[in-house]
Design a protein around this ligand. Structure first.
Ligand SMILES: Nc1ncnc2c1ncn2[C@@H]1O[C@H](COP(=O)(O)OP(=O)(O)OP(=O)(O)O)[C@@H](O)[C@H]1O
Length: 246
């Protein structure tokens, strides 16, 4: 769980997030939606601890304020991210890609190969996403859906408390998104994860998320159950902007 109070973030000359108040609960999926450039990726990078608020604070109730460097280190250790393009290394096997999720947790001078215990942990993560039978397959030979699941396993192998995703379904075949969303919900509940996903498809957000946060110009314009995100809210978050081409 994370609690944001008045979080304001500047990037270059832009004030991108402007006084964000949010609670990120455990065991729930929060979708972040909004037009391009409203600050969705910046919010995810801030939750990740990659960007620090210029004003306001982020508290992890059991750790403390993320402004404290020891708290921030602990927070980052228990946070994992799923990337849009999966960020996999094609020439490595599925299991070796999963092990990369642990790269920051082993000593830089520790000998290769990975220890048996860590390989077992990576195999368990692949099993969780139903891909253990492809553990030794080269990642280049996997389908789009399988690659996405390797990306999820690489996040899960960290045993995170907070799971972040910036458009995690962007390169997945639309016909698979529903199934993957259902699998995602199961994993979230099983592990009591706090999940925050930037989703461009409102339909996916409504189906997958317990809660939707809608941003407009760096501010929270909607924060409520996915079922309450009605047509009027949609018009506020995604206002019609005429293009001036003619
Ligand atoms: N490194 C940076 N330096 C300066 N401005 C930045 C930087 N990164 C992002 N911005 C600006 O911050 C604003 C929000 O960007 P952000 O990527 O968070 O938006 P977004 O809602 O995720 O957009 P999209 O849906 O297009 O990915 C934009 O105006 C962007 O130009």
């Amino acid at each position: 769980m994370l609690v944001l109070h008045g979080v304001t973030v500047r990037r270059g000359d832009n004030w991108v997030l402007k006084g964000i108040d949010l609670r990120i609960p455990a065991g729930r999926i929060t979708a972040v939606v909004g037009r391009s450039g409203v600050g969705k990726s910046t919010l995810v990078a801030t939750l990740n601890g990659l960007l620090l608020p210029d004003r306001g604070s982020i508290q992890a109730p059991d750790l403390g304020d993320l402004a404290d460097s020891a708290v921030l280190r602990n927070h980052r250790r228990r946070t994992a991210t799923i990337f849009q393009d999966h960020a996999l290394i094609d020439r490595l096997s599925a299991i070796d890609n999963v092990l990369l999720g642990l790269a920051d947790q082993r000593h830089p001078l520790s000998p290769l190969p990975w220890s048996e215990a860590l390989r077992r942990r990576a195999a368990e993560a692949l099993d969780e996403v139903g891909l253990l039978h492809r553990a030794t397959a080269r990642t280049a030979s996997l389908s789009g859906g399988e690659r996405q699941r390797v990306g999820v396993a690489r996040a899960l192998v960290r045993r995170p408390r907070l799971l972040l995703g910036d458009e995690p379904f962007a390169s997945v075949d639309p016909s698979l998104v529903r199934q993957m969303s259902a699998d995602f919900r199961t994993l979230t509940q099983r592990h009591g994860l706090s999940v925050v996903l930037v989703l461009h498809q409102l339909e996916t957000a409504r189906f997958l998320a317990d809660r939707i946060v809608g941003l407009v110009d760096g501010c929270v314009a909607f924060d409520g159950p996915a079922t309450a995100f009605d047509a009027e809210t949609e018009a506020t978050i995604f206002p019609f902007v005429p293009n001036n081409e003619d």
